[in-house]
Design a protein around this ligand. Structure first.
Ligand code: ZN
Ligand code: MN
Length: 495
C-alpha cells in the first residue's frame, strides 16, 4: 500500500435535555408513538416563535470547554434552507459563520499498549436543531413512507474535527474517546442505536509518486451509526479511491466533493449526490432569535464546574495506584460509574492493583455472565472492598475471598448483601485463617511422615514436590493461609 488515508469526522450528538432546543416538547426517544411530542414551534406552523433552551446552550459550552475550544462571546443563529419531508419549516436552525466555539483539540491514546498519544484538532462545535425522521417501507411494495416529528427540534451539538486521522482505527479511537468524554460530562447518553450519536466521515487518500503527493477527490460518507461500520466504511472507501485513481488519474482538483452512503449489507459505499456547498443552503441570520452574548464570568463558571476528564483520570490511576497504562485505560474506558466503583473499592481495601484485578476479572466475568451493568451489579463497592480488605489483612485467604464473593452473588438477595454478611459467612464456613502455628506445625509434621518420597524429591532438587505437600496440609487445616504453610514447610524441610 503506497497511500495514506486522510480522515476528518463530523459528529452530531443529541444533548441530554428534558425539552427541545426551541420549544417545551419532550426529547424522549419514543418511536412507538410518532408525532406526539410536537407543538406549533417544532411542527413549523406559521406564526410560532422559537425560544432558546438555556440548558442546551450550557451543555454545549461545557462540551466545547472539555474539547479545549475557544468560546465566542457573541454568537448567533442562522437558517440553513433545504427541503425535506422531515423538516417542516423548510430550514434548519443552525450556526453558520459565528459558531459559539472553535479551535480546540481532543487527545486520543493512539496505542493503548505504549500509551502513545495524539491530538486531533477540532475546527468548531456549534449548536443546531435535529430534524424529524422519515421511515420507509423496505419491502419494496411502496406507498408506505411516513414522517415522525418527535425528534424535530432536539438539540444537536455538531463537532467538526480537522482531517488529522490517518487510519480507520484512529478514526474509531477518536470517536470512542469523544463518546467517553461526552458520557463522563453527562451531556449525552451517546446511544448509537437510538441515533444520539451520528457520524459523517470526510475521506480521501494521499498517494506518493516521484517525491510528489497526489490527493484523491474528497468524499463525505454520511450517517455512520456504529463503530464497526465507521471502520469498515473508511477502509472500503480509501481502497476504492486508490483503485479509482489508478483507473482515471483524477485528483481533488478535478472532481467536486461527493456524498456517499455506506451499505453495511454489501460493505461498500454508494454515490448519493454531489455535495452542496454553503451557497446552496442560502444561509441567513434567523430573525426570530436574538444573538447570544456570553460574559466571561459565565464561561469561567461553566469551566469551574467541569469534572475530571477521562484522560486525566487515566493519568491519575497510573500515578496514584501504580497501575499500567493498559489497566488504567480498561477501568476508565468502561465509563464513569465503573471508574468510581474501582476507586471506592481501592479506597477501602487499600490496594489499587488488587481492586483493579477483581473488578476487571471477577466482577466483569459475573457482569457478562448475568448480563448486568455495573450499576445493576448486586455487590456494591463497600462489600467488595471489605472482602478484599480481609484478604489483605490475612484474615481470610484469597480463595475464601472468592468463595464469599460467589456465595453472596448466588444465594443472597441483592438487598441482603452487606458487610455484616461477609463476617457471617466467614463464621458459618469457618474460613478465617488459622494463625495458630502450633496446630499447623503438628499437621505439617504428620504430613511429612506420610510422604518420604516427596521429601526425597525435594531434596533432589524438585521444587514442585512442595506443592503437593502444601495441598495436603491445606486439606487438613481448612482456612490455612497457603503462604504461611509454604513458609513453615520449607523451614521444616531445611532442618
Ligand atoms: Zn415543540
Ligand atoms: Mn449539522
Amino acid at each position: 500500500m503506497d497511500y495514506t488515508t486522510i480522515i476528518g469526522l463530523e459528529v452530531h450528538v443529541q444533548l441530554q435535555t428534558d425539552s427541545k432546543i426551541f420549544c417545551g416538547c419532550s426529547t424522549k426517544f419514543n418511536p412507538d408513538h410518532p408525532n406526539v411530542q410536537t407543538c406549533p414551534v417544532c411542527l413549523g406552523l406559521p406564526g410560532s416563535l422559537p425560544v432558546m433552551n438555556r440548558r442546551a446552550f450550557e451543555l454545549s459550552v461545557k462540551t466545547a470547554l472539555a474539547l479545549n475550544c475557544r468560546i465566542a462571546n457573541f454568537t448567533k443563529w442562522d437558517r440553513k434552507q433545504y427541503y425535506y419531508p422531515d423538516l417542516p419549516k423548510g430550514y434548519q436552525i443552525s450556526q453558520y459563520d459565528l459558531p459559539f466555539s472553535h479551535d480546540g483539540w481532543l487527545e486520543i491514546v493512539a496505542n493503548p499498549e505504549t500509551g502513545e498519544k495524539k491530538r486531533v484538532g477540532i475546527i468548531r462545535a456549534h449548536l443546531e436543531e435535529d430534524a424529524g425522521k422519515n421511515t420507509h417501507d423496505e419491502t419494496g411494495r411502496g406507498n408506505d413512507s411516513q414522517v415522525d416529528l418527535n425528534r424535530a427540534g432536539t438539540p444537536l451539538l455538531e463537532i467538526v474535527s480537522h482531517p488529522d486521522m490517518r487510519s480507520a482505527q484512529e478514526a474509531k479511537k477518536y470517536l470512542e474517546e469523544l463518546k467517553l468524554l461526552l458520557t463522563y460530562l453527562q451531556v449525552s447518553d451517546c446511544n448509537m442505536q437510538e441515533g444520539s450519536l451520528r457520524c459523517d466521515a470526510n475521506v480521501n487518500v494521499h498517494i506518493f509518486r516521484d517525491g510528489k503527493k497526489i490527493a484523491t477527490p474528497l468524499v463525505e460518507i454520511k450517517n455512520l451509526n456504529s463503530f464497526r461500520n465507521i471502520e469498515l466504511a473508511i477502509e472500503f472507501e480509501a481502497d476504492r479511491q486508490y483503485k479509482q485513481w489508478q483507473v482515471d488519474g483524477k485528483t481533488i482538483k478535478d472532481v467536486a466533493k461527493e456524498t456517499r452512503g455506506y451499505d453495511a449489507v454489501h460493505n461498500l459505499t454508494v454515490r448519493q449526490r454531489g455535495k452542496e456547498d454553503a451557497a446552496d443552503y442560502r444561509y441567513f441570520p434567523d430573525p426570530d432569535l436574538v444573538p447570544v452574548t456570553l460574559e466571561n464570568s459565565y464561561i469561567e463558571g461553566v469551566r469551574g464546574a467541569l469534572i475530571e476528564f477521562p484522560a486525566a483520570r487515566r493519568a491519575r490511576y497510573i500515578s496514584s495506584y501504580q497501575l499500567s497504562q493498559y489497566d488504567a485505560s480498561v477501568l476508565v474506558d468502561q465509563g464513569l460509574t465503573y471508574a468510581e466503583y474501582f476507586e471506592a473499592v481501592a479506597a477501602i481495601c487499600g490496594d489499587g492493583k488488587q481492586a483493579c484485578n477483581w473488578l476487571t476479572q471477577d466482577v466483569q466475568r459475573e457482569m457478562n455472565e448475568r448480563k448486568l451493568s455495573i450499576e445493576q451489579f448486586p455487590i456494591q463497592p463497600p462489600v467488595l472492598g471489605e472482602i478484599l480488605k480481609r484478604v489483605n489483612e490475612k484474615k481470610i485467604t484469597i480463595k475464601s475471598g472468592r468463595e464469599i464473593f460467589m456465595d453472596l452473588l448466588v444465594s443472597d438477595a441483592p438487598a441482603t448483601i452487606s458487610v455484616a454478611r461477609i463476617d457471617q459467612i466467614i463464621q458459618e464456613k469457618d474460613l478465617s485463617i488459622k494463625s495458630d502455628s502450633g496446630q499447623l506445625e503438628g499437621v505439617i509434621a504428620a504430613v511429612l511422615v506420610k510422604n518420604p518420597k516427596a521429601i526425597a524429591d525435594f531434596k533432589a532438587g524438585k521444587q514442585a514436590a512442595v506443592g503437593a505437600l502444601i495441598g495436603q496440609v491445606m486439606r487438613e487445616v481448612k482456612g490455612a493461609d497457603a503462604g504461611t504453610v509454604r513458609e513453615l514447610l520449607l523451614k521444616k524441610l531445611a532442618e
